[in-house]
Design a protein around this ligand. Structure first.
Ligand code: SF4
Length: 280
């Protein structure tokens, strides 16, 4: 246990999982659980389903043998497959600094020609592996950024590194020739969907040299809904009341307005924008 987080080292039998996301053929998660504890994180649904008995963000399983298992499974993965690392966990959360599961995983699979690897993180710790990433045939790195407001980020992503430190990491990787992108998701209605917030994030991302920006809407489903309401009840009574009655229409309206701003600003910078949420 460290900083109120319980860690458990586990051995896994499988590494690659068929991905449910349209962007990837497979996903690999070096950890189960995530110390960053974002209030909007949809991955808590897997956590709740497993019933580990801890709060999201306070329990992390370290998949110590994942790199070896992945290397073994690699033989059966068809050439040209795309793999997302860190779809349900952050591969560069604090445990990675000492456990190096993600680094060993990259050592095991990043050199494989014909494999497209996409890493998504909120941490500049990814720079530790810049040597491996920059020399791999096909690895890109994405950073999730919802807002540049440090206080707001601290509230909604309690233990994640600051948004600006993520963008500095994106800029450093971009300068090394690594393909980088930013994921603005989920857009939070009434919280991060205003024009100024979206414009700031898109401008700062473009100026960091990212090639693409993705925008995604809030999935206000069981698990996320309770988490957001619990957080807002303490944080802002007015927002709590708005979220208590928030429905698909409200989320879609807010999201489409955010996409519209993001698209306009990205176009000014000549950067590609991908809308991965509701049609907008
Ligand atoms: S960093 Fe990603 S995986 Fe971790 S809690 Fe936040 S949204 Fe979830």
């Amino acid at each position: 246990m460290s900083g109120g987080v319980v860690y458990r080292r586990v051995r896994v039998k499988g590494a690659f999982t068929k991905s449910g996301l349209p962007e990837f053929d497979y996903s690999i998660n070096p950890y189960f659980g995530c110390e960053f504890a974002c209030v909007y994180c949809y991955a808590r649904k897997y956590f709740l389903a497993k019933g580990v008995g801890y709060e999201w963000g306070s329990y992390v399983e370290i998949k110590v043998n994942l790199p070896e298992v992945a290397a073994e499974e690699l033989r059966r993965i068809p050439r040209g497959s795309s793999v997302g690392i860190g779809v349900s966990t952050d591969p560069y959360q604090p445990a990675e600094a000492r456990e190096r599961v993600t680094r060993r995983l990259l050592e095991a699979i990043a050199g494989r020609k014909g494999l497209e690897i996409s890493i998504q993180t909120k941490s500049p710790l990814v720079l530790r592996d810049a040597d491996l990433i920059a020399s791999a045939p096909r690895v890109d790195v994405g950073f999730t950024v919802l807002t540049l407001d440090r206080g707001l980020a601290r509230a909604i992503e309690p233990r994640a590194p600051s948004p600006r430190s993520r963008l500095r990491a994106a800029a450093a990787l971009s300068r090394m020739g690594v393909e980088t992108w930013v994921f603005i998701g989920p857009v939070l209605p009434y919280i991060t969907d205003d024009e100024e917030t979206i414009r700031e994030v898109v401008e700062a991302s473009c100026s960091a040299g990212v090639r693409r920006i993705y925008v995604d809407n809030l999935r206000f489903r069981p698990g996320v809904r309770e988490s957001m309401l619990r957080f807002l009840r303490e944080w802002d009574e007015g927002l709590y009341r708005k979220y208590a009655t928030l429905g698909r229409e409200g989320i879609a309206r807010s999201y489409r307005a955010a996409v519209e701003v993001a698209r306009r600003v990205a176009r000014e910078w000549g950067v590609e924008l991908e809308n991965v949420g509701y049609p907008a």
